[in-house]
Every structure is written in C-alpha cells, then in structure tokens.
Design a protein around this ligand. Sequence first.
Ligand SMILES: [Fe+2]
Length: 239
Amino acid sequence: MTGLTDVHCHLLPHVDDGSKSLEETMEMLKLEYENGVRTIIATPHYRRGMFETPQEEIIRQFHRVKECMHRQNLQMELYLGCELHICTEMVSLLKEKKVSSMADSRYVLTEFPYYIHQESMQKSLYELIRFGYAPILAHVERYECVQKDLDFLEDLVSMGARIQVNAGSIMGESGRAAKRFCKKLMRADLLDFIGTDGHGSKYRKPLMGACAAYVEKKEGSAYARRIFWENPRKLLENK
Ligand SMILES: [Fe+2]
C-alpha cells in the first residue's frame, strides 16, 4: 500500500528522545517513504519535567526538516503535532499554543502513565472533549487498565476518544499479549489509527509497510483503507 499516513513519529531532531540529528531525520523519512508513507505528522513528546522543548524550537526544527525535504526533492507531506503527556495544564498548553494539536486540527495525541487508573484516564480524556478537542489515545495497547477491560475502552470511544496502536505491536514486536490485544481491537472495530511511534533510523524505526500489508490481508482492504487512509484524511481535514 502507498499513500499511507504516519500519525505518530518522533522524527524532529534534537527535541525529544527521537531523532538525534538532521541526518537521522532524513534517514527516517526515507524509511517512511520506502514503507509507502507519504504523509507524516511529527509528534514530539511534551512531558512536564522530562520533555519541555519550547514550542519555538520545535517549530524551528520542523521548518529545518521541511526545507531539507524540499532540497532533496522528497515528495512527502509533513505536518506538526505533539504527543502530549497528560497533565493538569493540558488545555491551557493547547489553547496558548505552547504545544501543537495534530496538524492544526482539534485532534490531540495523548499519552498517560502506564499504570494509570480508569477513572483518571476517562476524566482527562473527557476534559479535552469538553473543551472541543478530539483526543487520540496513543499506543493504547500499553495500558493495563484498558487491556483487562474492553468495555471500558468502548466507553471511551462512545465518549469521543480515538484510539491509536503502534504498527510494531500489531506485528508482535511488543510481545504476544499485545499482538493478541491489537487483533481483538481490530475485530471489535475499536481502532482508528495505526502509527509507527518511530524514534530513530537504527532503533525503533518507523516501519509501516509490513503492518499495512498484514492488516490488509487479515482484515480486508476496506478496513485497511479506512484505518490507513480515510481516518487520517478526516484528521487532516479536521472532520
Ligand atoms: Fe510516541
């Protein structure tokens, strides 16, 4: 499949624990291209006390990468987003544009501590929805409170949360339990996005192609089209 969109990738250099140089970023972009990806939303971490790169610096790196893509004639679209670790100031951070929503839409990629309780997760997601945002729960397969209770996840989805899993987890790179869980999500139609969560060109690489082929084979092309193409389109069009 080509024309894929990666909605979760740490490819901006020097802003979080992702790419360590512009060269590595370009390697990652080439990997994405070879994997059939043509649209990427760069999602650097924002996490209090850990990743707090000022937004001006993130924007500066974003433009630096875009210029380099242009110079190298890389035919891909790059947008800016953020992987926002939930905190009490999240709404004001978004409103004051200290962190980016996804490609300037109302979608926001959110991350939680791994052992968060259901009540806190629901409360934070609802807080974003209440203020008009459409939260995407990043790599949902990592949270214990969701793994053990799919009804809870259904409640989050009915409330308006969107669900993302990592391509590697679908392919079994995070273990058999995570792979089984991802399959369950697909069968229950509780999944909206698949992203790479790529962090580098050597380790945690952005590999989408094999996953897209696998999902198409297992779940059918209509399903794959919705997950890899239609849902990301809706996001980019802010629908
Ligand atoms: Fe991430």
